[in-house]
Write a protein that binds this ligand. Sequence first.
Ligand SMILES: *Cc1c(COP(=O)(O)O)cnc(C)c1O
Length: 425
Amino acid sequence: MMETINSSKQAIELEDKYGAHNYHPLPVVLSRGEGVHLWDVEGKRYYDFLSAYSAVNQGHCHPRIKNALIEQAGTLTLTSRAFYNDVLGPFEKYITAYFGFDKVLPMNTGAEGVETAIKIARKWGYEKKGIVEGQAKIVVAENNFHGRTSTIISFSSDANARKNFGPYMPGFVRIPYNDIDALKSALEDDTVVAFLVEPIQGEAGVYTPAEDYLKKVAEACKSKNVLFIADEIQTGIARTGSLLAVCGNCTCEGHCERQSTYIKPDILILGKAISGGFYPVSAVLTDNPIMDVIKPGTHGSTFGGNPLGAKIAMTALEVVRDEKLAQNARRLGKLFRDRMQILVDKYRILKLVRGKGLLNAVVVNDSPDSSTAWDMCLKLAENGLLAKPTHGNIIRFAPPLVMTEEQLHDCCDIIEKVVKQFDNR
Ligand SMILES: *Cc1c(COP(=O)(O)O)cnc(C)c1O
């Protein structure tokens, strides 16, 4: 019989005893979510400031996405790609128009999206660029996070993610992030097929590059016939105050070619929030001359492009547009950083605040090995706000994008209260 959970303690004990210890969660057991709020087993309410690593930009249990899921779940969920289904085509038309690409390849998790982009880039390198088979290289950035498969961790610089998982996949070159000269010299090697990069490094601690970095990346890649692959799994879908981080300062929800700030990647990888937080969906978008290297039998996934996922993703993207979430993220993000800057100026325990839209981080002024950020997150939770420390002494703050201004101020008050306690110790 299935065990029912009556207390947080009981749930934590079960996970500890029967689950692999591949995460180190805050000791909070959640049982319900709605919009920007989560409730634990004891009924305590929290503001969510992680949004499942930006997978629930539309807010928890969004009613419109929920209804789309229920309707599709009672109609048709999975056919495999051995046959056509009547939702995939409309989804492919919708998402390619939405982001301005010729074609899409649907997958499930983010890491699968990254794997797909790597495979497309290599195949393109051999079949279109004329590189000798087996020689293709992909350039990546220091402190990247692109997922957890054995290929992807092969080019990670995080010792925990790599150690004792070798042998590692060859064919990757790591260069410093936000360093255009390092990219240019890496591109001198004519076996390079692609540069894979996050427009803002999320997991590394929300590192935002120089204003003109992506533009220069795109230009450098173009001049060397190298594919610019943008991993927008975390930064995309309105999180950073525009539909994509590569949209620059454009606030329209949806693709617009007219925006001069838009930097089109050759390959765009999406995941997380195109699920609306309901069901894993990822997507790789590119144009015909690149996507046409993919032929029957070269790549696939049993669940990729299934009607349930396709319907959910379409609705999740519709919600982003209809509720103007990019504009809200931009407006609230500025408010948030302004309020945090006041705290940084006032309290020695905070070093700085950085970010874009509602993807922000506060750097704690303590040694990277101390547990101050973790201890602060425990106190924030006690005060009704859930955030998680990321690499070093950094706290990432990324609430659902459906937050109101009043709620945001309420949250900043909670953060201020906690910061003050730590400053006085
Ligand atoms: C989360 C994330 C991934 C991996 O996505 P999963 O769904 O966890 O496999 C890849 N790239 C970036 C930038 C991410 O934030």
